[in-house]
Design a protein around this ligand. Structure first.
Ligand code: ZN
Length: 254
């Protein structure tokens, strides 16, 4: 198997399957293999493999809307005139929060970064500037909010990561869960509705264990580049998360 360093060197080859993968490789439609890594790995696995590298991709350069000086997609302010810039469409939430593109996000660091960015970008700090700059601070600040909230929770983070790799959870998939598991979940909902507090507590504990296991499985699937398993586990996580929320609401009402 080639080293990651080597995959960089041959990165000029073109990936035809993923529009997100900036570390390109050659895709052979007849064989569907990735020659950049080991010659046998399916394309999507290479996309996962290259993802940590992708998070350090060079920022795209554009021009400052006010003074036309070069500004990179990672700069919130123009280095020449110091005016706030519009949010870049090229920047992923991971880039924005300076986080490696992985499921295993360090949430403490994420929160620190969020506070740092909100301190810099909050519209309250832009009271003495033009309407355009005020609007841009609101746009930037709201993108940071969105990025933080998406990456903070495992479910939204997993779905977002899947999307970055060109994979979506379709409506059909979201309902085509393992029949046995689905039955268990329906039974649990019935018990919760019965308002037996001890039983609800039991289900809550059980659901918490399932939820934690599911998060571990998603993490390990992403780490192995197994997008199919990651997707299946994310669908389960959706059910467990909904259950947790449902129980919480029942407790709040009682
Ligand atoms: Zn400028």
């Amino acid at each position: 198997m080639f080293s990651r360093k080597f995959s960089f060197k041959i990165g000029a080859l073109l990936c035809l399957r993923s529009t997100n993968c900036l570390i390109h490789y050659r895709h052979f439609p007849s064989r569907k293999i990735c020659l950049a890594i080991c010659g046998t790995t399916p394309c999507y696995k290479f996309r996962m493999y290259c993802s940590p590298v992708e998070s350090h991709r060079p920022a795209k350069v554009s021009s400052c809307w006010q003074c036309k000086a070069p500004v990179t997609s990672m700069q919130f302010f123009c280095p020449a005139c110091n005016v706030i810039q519009p949010p870049s469409k090229e920047t992923t939430y991971f880039d924005l929060m300076s986080s490696p593109k992985t499921f295993d996000v360090n949430t403490a660091q994420l929160t620190d970064k969020y506070k740092e960015l909100q301190w810099k970008l909050h519209p309250d700090k832009f009271s003495d500037v033009s309407e355009e700059e005020k609007q841009l601070s609101e746009d930037q600040s709201s993108k940071v909010n969105e990025a933080y909230n998406t990456l903070l929770k495992p479910l939204s983070r997993g779905i977002y990561l899947l999307n970055l790799f060109g994979e979506q959870i379709t409506e059909g998939e979201a309902t085509s869960m393992d029949a046995e598991l689905l039955e268990d979940i329906m039974e649990q909902y019935e018990v919760i509705s019965s308002s037996d507090k001890n039983k609800i507590k039991e289900i809550e504990t059980e659901n918490k264990v399932s939820l934690e296991k599911c998060i571990k499985d998603i993490s390990s699937a992403f780490a192995k580049g197994d997008v199919t398993t990651a997707r299946q586990e994310i669908i389960k996580l959706k059910y467990y998360s909904n259950m947790a929320e449902y129980i919480k609401n029942q407790e709040d009402w009682s």
